[in-house]
Design a protein around this ligand. Sequence first.
Ligand SMILES: [Zn+2]
Length: 194
Amino acid sequence: MKAVGRCLIASAAALVSSLPLEASARDETIERLRLGSGFEIVIGERQADPGGQLLEALAIWVGAKLGQPVPTSLPMLVFKSPEQIAVLRFRQYASEMAQQQDQPNIISIYDARANIIYLRDTWKGATAADLSVLVHELVHHFQEVHQTKFECEAAREAKAFELQEKWLRLFGESLEEEFQIDPFTLLVRTSCAM
Ligand SMILES: [Zn+2]
């Protein structure tokens, strides 16, 4: 995974802004995001407090893309070993983000009831790919809070992967490159009939 020193700048208090979400998102380029709380995301640096302003900045970006208000309560981030995350996956209803190469290899979980995003303890938030996992799970949080209805569980994944891909594209990366999720795999994982 690439870890280059590009900056993502989230600025302007979109949380309290009355501007339409699209308007606040239009300054987005490959290297900058003009959204959110003024928090600066530096790709290539470990996130010291990922559950704070970083999560808020990412949630504002997700909200702008979904056209939905940012939930007042964001999930808590809890770090676990890969083994513990695998165990959690089978213990509860939760959506998951899996690395494809050597499945079952769960790298994150959103637990809606506990309002927790579980991440691996190796997660540093230093790459666009790491951050994209948070984007993915945040989409599930929006779905939960806004009580979005889905035909099946797989359909729930479609928007989560769509935004994750959009995030990765900002950095010239992709689901296929970073997570080995090619278009066919994605179709299978997001279609009710499959
Ligand atoms: Zn998911």
